[in-house]
Design a protein around this ligand. Structure first.
Ligand code: ATP
Ligand code: MG
Length: 468
């Protein structure tokens, strides 16, 4: 269907002129004599573009544009302005108008501007669509992966994003906990505010306390200035408490108090401060065990763990490995300015089988190194570190220590090959002997071997031609 264009203009002659210019070009036009009427039409009809006057009685064009955007219509709008009202035209563009046309105008100017705006709209819609499509196919907000377990993670991220419920992310090291925390922040209404990360395991207790809650001047030796903590820096945003299992008992206590009241006191201070932050915590430790051992408060645990998201280890979503390889190849060829490369079939097979104890981080580092170090445009098996090439699959997944050391895969391969060859040879020798009723001369001829060689072979396998 042809695009429908809404004309909002109080002068009826001007409305008619615009309408006939547009209809001559095959567009459908709808007219409104007032901004209010225009808003009503927008709510009822599928409008592709708006042309509006700026100067109108009651609601003017600028006000109208504001209303259109507040109501969430992302429709291009072109203003018609009287010659000389340049200031309001600039204001209009600042507010998100697509363009403006000054009166008096040539019909071609109108047609040209309208077509350009519609083309622009189509392109942005396509881009958004393509991006969404790509993400649906391969991942979500920077997270690559399309296995069911990752799609479950994405669904949870979407569910919790807009609320303030505390989320606990569990997963082995390198599974993408921080990336998930960032994704939650990025799609939440806090996205324009800060995302603050604090690694609870990296700092000694007193320093960590002042990092989180801030301190007053003179709170301790060296505190020569008042310093805001991450709760203040992250106000209205998201706080990511990484390695939350490493918090000391006293900081656990203070954090619990904060989660109960949303208030805290700076180190050395007396006045309670109030902030609005969303808490996401992460751990690769078993918190239940820490609670059992009385190293983590259970009341704090229930507070931070209203919703928990488990991020599966990479070995449980091997189908994602090719996607991740592709993603890192693209990412680092761009970042490190290296022409794009592929991985050979053999490399792909080896990488898909490897147990990746360091999860996505380990895979990411390997791809980056291979990209830099390999020659040519294909990453070959020689470019992969021997530990990965020769990883023994049998003990690696569970991480069990085998009591009997298992042979390296090379030894295993040659051993089994030898076994198979011997079995086949023996069966073949017996077959030829049976066919020739135990006649060694005839059997060796059938096998294409010298009599001597044939005889040695049956000796080697302990075959007695008379006892077949
Ligand atoms: N699904 C994914 N898609 C793309 N990149 C990922 C994915 N998961 C992890 N990564 C990358 O792997 C690296 C490690 O991820 P991240 O730091 O989020 O892991 P983590 O679980 O927080 O690890 P740790 O427990 O060691 O802190 C990062 O560079 C991140 O960008
Ligand atoms: Mg992390």
């Amino acid at each position: 269907m042809n695009p429908k264009i809404l004309i909002v203009e109080d002068e009826s002659n001007m409305r008619k002129t615009l309408s006939s210019i547009l209809e001559e070009e095959g567009f459908i036009s709808v007219q409104a004599a007032q901004a209010k009427e225009g808003l009503k039409i927008l709510s009822e009809q599928n409008i592709s573009l708006i042309i509006s006057d700026i100067k109108m009685p009651q609601m003017d064009g600028i006000e109208f544009l504001r209303e259109v955007r507040t109501k969430g219509y992302d429709i291009p709008l072109i203003f018609i302005t009287a010659y000389g009202s340049f200031d309001s035209a600039v204001e209009a563009l600042r507010l998100g108008a697509y363009d403006y046309i000054t009166k008096p105008f040539e019909p071609e100017t109108v047609v040209h501007t309208v077509k350009r705006a519609l083309e622009h709209k189509k392109l942005t819609e396509e881009n958004i669509y393509l991006r969404e499509e790509l993400e649906r196919k391969y991942g979500f907000e920077g997270l690559v992966g399309n296995t069911q377990c990752m799609r479950d993670v994405y669904a949870l991220i979407e569910k919790v994003a807009d609320s303030k419920v505390p989320v606990l992310l569990r997963g082995e090291s390198g599974t993408g906990k921080e990336l998930v925390a960032r994704a939650i922040h990025k799609i939440s209404r806090r996205k324009d505010k800060n995302f603050v990360v604090i690694n609870c395991g990296a700092l000694p207790e007193t320093l960590l306390e002042s990092e989180i809650f801030g301190h007053e001047k003179g709170a301790f030796t060296g505190a020569d200035k008042k310093k805001p903590g991450i709760f203040e820096i992250g106000n209205e945003g998201t706080i990511f408490l990484d390695e939350v299992g490493d918090l000391s008992p006293s900081v656990q206590m203070k954090l619990l108090r904060f989660l109960q009241s949303e208030e805290f006191i700076r180190v050395g201070g007396t006045t309670p401060l109030k902030v609005d932050v969303r808490i996401i915590s992460a751990t690769n430790k078993n918190l239940d065990k820490l609670i059992e051992e009385k190293r983590f408060r259970d009341d704090l645990y229930y507070r931070i763990n209203t919703v928990s998201i488990n991020i599966p280890p990479l070995r449980d979503r091997k189908e994602d490995i090719p996607l991740l390889i592709d993603h890192f190849l693209k990412k680092y060829s761009k970042e490190d300015n290296i022409p794009i490369k592929k991985v050979s079939e053999e490399v792909l097979r080896v990488l898909c089988e490897y147990p990746w104890r360091g999860n996505v981080r380990e895979l990411e580092n390997l791809i980056r190194a291979a990209l830099v170090l390999s020659k040519g445009n294909v990453i070959k098996i020689e470019d992969i570190p021997p530990v990965i090439r020769q990883a023994d699959k049998s003990d690696s997944v569970t991480g069990k220590n085998n009591i009997i050391p298992s042979p390296s895969s090379e030894q295993k391969e040659s051993f089994s090959f030898k076994q198979i060859r011997e079995k086949a040879e023996k069966e073949y020798l017996i077959y030829t002997l049976k066919k020739t009723a135990g006649n060694i001369s005839k059997a060796s001829k059938l096998a294409g071997l010298s009599r001597r060689h044939f005889y040695d072979k049956i000796q080697q396998y302990g075959i007695n031609p008379r006892k077949l």
